[in-house]
Design a protein around this ligand. Structure first.
Ligand code: CA
Length: 238
């Protein structure tokens, strides 16, 4: 892990609650980020378009143009398409979270959140977005590792502590997808697309069967696949 201080990055916070806005402004500035704020979706979209920030923190419950629509619009415009987005969501809004992830948000943090956790998520998302593609391509061709799990993408082989694990092709694809994108939460539909392709008609719940089988085969290491209740799954070294 690098210890050098991060380059100064601009984070646009779109949030209508001024208390939360102030907490965010304080904590993000303290962590070395430049903080821009917008109190409505319209203003946020204008600001993101005028000067593309390094990240958008997006409250979903906004008056007027709501967070999901902001997300949709950011992703649909060439200029703002690649901005990493972390959604700020209310507890119990799993359906909105799933929709937001489907629209291309990178992650979400549920309110009330701890500033420490939020900053950790911001760092993780920024890290994934920098050189993430390069690493992914390198990994596509070679070896990947997560905890004791080693995955050979060329040979389609998986070992845990050097013992081979026999996976079906779907299980292998699922594991590769999650290991490559570790830390990021995916909806069941996104995982199904990755594993069986978008044209195969199976229900999203089928992914639970694949995940269950994969976890069993991974044994102890199955715990690295984390169920995100009501949303989907993420893989993480815990
Ligand atoms: Ca709000």
């Amino acid at each position: 892990m690098s210890t050098q201080p991060p380059k100064r990055r601009a984070i646009l916070v779109i949030e209508d609650e001024t208390d939360i806005l102030e907490v965010l402004r304080y904590n993000l500035s303290k962590n070395g980020y430049d903080v821009l704020t917008a109190e409505s979706g319209e203003k946020g979209l204008d600001m993101a378009n005028a000067k593309v920030p390094d990240m958008v923190l997006l409250d979903l419950m906004l008056p007027g143009v709501d967070g999901l629509e902001v997300c949709r619009q950011l992703r649909s415009r060439e200029r703002t398409r690649a901005i990493p987005i972390i959604m700020l969501t209310a507890k119990g809004s799993e359906a909105d979270i799933v929709l937001g992830l489907t629209l291309g948000a990178d992650d979400y943090v549920a309110k009330p959140f701890s500033p420490t956790e939020l900053v950790a998520r911001i760092k993780a998302v920024l890290r994934r977005n920098e050189g993430g593609t390069g690493r992914r391509e390198a990994e596509e061709a070679g070896m990947m590792r997560l905890g004791p799990i080693v995955l050979d993408a060329q040979k389609h082989e998986v070992t845990i502590d050097n013992s081979p694990v026999s996976l079906t092709l779907s299980e292998f694809k699922l594991l590769r997808f999650l290991v490559q994108r570790r830390g990021r939460v995916f909806t069941r539909d996104q995982l199904l697309d990755a594993v069986v392709g978008p044209d195969v008609f199976v229900t999203a719940r089928n992914i639970d069967v694949h995940v269950g089988a994969l976890r069993r085969k991974l044994g102890d290491a199955g715990r690295y696949i984390i169920t995100v209740r009501g949303v989907g799954y993420r893989m993480e070294e815990t």
